[in-house]
Write a protein that binds this ligand. Structure first.
Ligand code: NAI
Length: 214
């Protein structure tokens, strides 16, 4: 195991995926060195915010040199746990479950998708991006036997709690929940809820306020 970063505020952690994204873009463009000022212009954070954020992890910058992009990218990947692999299952192989299964980047970052589960007999037995869809009745046994750590819930909301209970019983440590409902799970289960509509409603707010001002 590497260093532990448990004392870092979630506000900083939630900015790290953005650093990860921009640094990856720089590397793709073969930019290997950047100042905090240049990074701040690109990312829309102040240079002092960037220095503060990165100081949480021991800095990485050098006075008069700036940041070594490759090194910083590597460290942020490590901090985000993206050097690990995680056995993952998706429950609900409908539009959203399939879209996630088809998105190859998740696999690239170590989210090792092992199976999807559904109740619909028409779905059971097919493959999505080469990943099998099984009957949801097999969820617990499969999850327990295959060392699954992440359950991704993409079922209608009425079934989400029952699925979460089954995932917890079969030993997952975390749930990525897309169903629009708050799930009740034990404290040691890591839960990350995603609501695309939250972001859309912010866009709508900005759009409507912008229109009112015009
Ligand atoms: P969908 O109807 O295309 O897919 C749902 C799938 O779940 C179907 O294949 C169905 O057979 C399956 N299913 C139903 N009960 C099940 C059970 N007990 N166990 C296993 N599978 C079961 O719906 P869609 O569009 O894929 O949405 C899925 C969920 O994601 C919904 O709760 C929806 O509200 C939510 N959603 C959330 C978004 C977000 O940003 N968080 C965005 C889009 C959808």
């Amino acid at each position: 195991m590497g260093k532990s970063y448990n004392n870092i505020s979630m506000a900083v952690i939630r900015r790290l995926p953005k650093y990860h994204r921009y640094l990856k873009e720089l590397l793709d463009k073969e930019v290997y060195r950047i100042s905090s000022k240049e990074l701040s212009v690109m990312m829309g954070f102040t240079a002092s915010q960037i220095r503060q954020d990165l100081n949480n992890f021991g800095g990485f910058g050098q006075q008069g040199y700036g940041y070594n992009v490759e090194e910083l990218y590597g460290e942020i990947k490590k901090i985000l746990g993206l050097n690990n692999t995680y056995g993952t299952v998706i429950i609900g192989a409908g539009n959203l479950g399939q879209a996630i299964a088809n998105y190859a980047n998740f696999q690239k970052y170590g989210f090792n998708l092992k199976a999807l589960f559904d109740v619909n007999p028409k779905m059971v037995g097919i493959k999505i991006s080469d990943i099998p869809v099984y009957d949801v009745d097999e969820l617990q046994e499969f999850t327990a036997k295959n060392n699954i750590e992440i359950g991704v819930i993409c079922t209608p909301k009425e079934f989400a709690q029952d699925i979460a209970d089954k995932l917890v019983k079969s030993g997952v440590s975390s749930i990525w929940n897309f169903a629009p409902v708050d799930l009740d799970v034990p404290e040691d289960i890591i839960m990350e809820n995603v609501h695309l509509s939250d972001s859309l409603f912010i866009l709508s707010y900005l759009l409507s306020n912008n229109n009112e001002e015009a």
